[in-house]
Design a protein around this ligand. Structure first.
Ligand SMILES: [Zn+2]
Length: 306
């Protein structure tokens, strides 16, 4: 009996020992794994890792919980007919916008390539207008259309040039003369007579083909106090009038954007026409202080939809 008991103990204890080791091993493994899971889940990342600024995610899909959009259909491009109902009368007029007309080398040297059209391209543009039956109209004709409904030619175009740079007189004007086309130059009157800009004398000599418009006194943006806007607009208005160059009373917003205050000041000073740099070619009386234009560069006018 005693022998048998000893034998049993001899067998049971090692088995129990092995079982305990196996169980301990399994438990250890599970604890380790659950620890990793906690780390990976980010619960304690703030405590264990450095806090970094999160990268902005690139969201390529529309989140499913986004409320239904208020715009019901894809908007169609505005037409003269659709605009007429709301802001009419409207007319399709491509108002081309230029700044510098100068050689590419000079533009590169001065860092003005984005605002430059070369004399070669400017000439090409005017040739295109001449050869494709376009009528280059004046501000007076546009005003008559808005006020009296006097019909404009079907393929109407205007040439506008912003800022009043010296090359407008030296390079652009002789080309204009060659074609006999009329243009409007919007000048920041306070900048005239500076080396890069035209002089009042230059403006005077261009009067046969070029009309002038208000581009504020110091090329000031339309974002500012009413006092500042009034000062900028009325000073330029006064200077243009003093030089006999303000018959049209037209305005172009420096840097392109209109503002509620600027429109108010313009209205108070009898301006009915103001141009933005917003792209478009439908001009409406109801939006005559926010008229669109087409900014052109060194490409064919056909590439701008003409
Ligand atoms: Zn400007």
């Amino acid at each position: 009996m005693a022998k048998k008991k000893v034998n049993k103990i001899n067998i049971v204890f090692p088995i129990l020992g092995i079982l305990l080791i196996v169980i301990a091993g399994i438990l250890q493994y599970q604890i380790k794994n659950s620890g990793k899971k906690i780390l990976n889940s980010g619960w304690i990342t703030n405590k264990t890792k450095e806090i970094k600024t999160p990268e902005v995610p690139i969201i390529t899909e529309v989140p499913t919980k986004t409320p239904s959009p208020t715009v019901k259909a894809t908007p169609k491009p505005a037409t003269v007919e659709s605009m007429n109902k709301e802001y009419g009368p409207c007319a399709k007029v491509n108002v081309l916008m230029y700044h510098h007309i100068q050689d590419e080398n000079i533009a590169k040297e001065k860092g003005q390539t984005s605002l430059t059209v070369t004399p070669e391209f400017f000439k090409k543009h005017l040739e295109y207008l001449r050869d494709n039956g376009y009528s280059v109209i004046t501000m007076a004709e546009l005003k008559n259309f808005f006020s009296g409904g006097i019909v404009l030619p079907k393929k109407s175009v205007m040439i506008t040039v912003d800022d009043g740079y010296k090359d407008n007189y030296e390079v652009m004007y002789p080309i204009l003369k060659e074609f006999g086309f009329k243009a409007t130059v919007f000048v920041a009157t306070g900048l005239l007579n500076n080396p890069e800009y035209m002089s009042w004398g230059d403006l005077n000599q261009m009067k046969d083909l070029v009309y002038f418009g208000n581009h504020t006194w110091s090329h000031h943006s339309s974002a500012g106090t009413k006092e500042k806007q009034t000062e900028e607009i009325t000073l330029a208005d006064k200077q243009l009038s003093e030089h006999g160059l303000n018959d049209d009373k037209i305005f172009a917003y420096p840097y392109g954007g209109s503002s509620k205050i600027a429109k108010e000041v313009l209205t108070n000073n009898s301006y009915q026409i103001a141009f933005t740099t917003v792209h478009g070619n439908i001009l409406c009386r109801g939006k005559s202080l926010e008229l669109p234009r087409i900014r052109v560069g060194n490409s064919s006018l056909r590439s701008y939809g003409l």
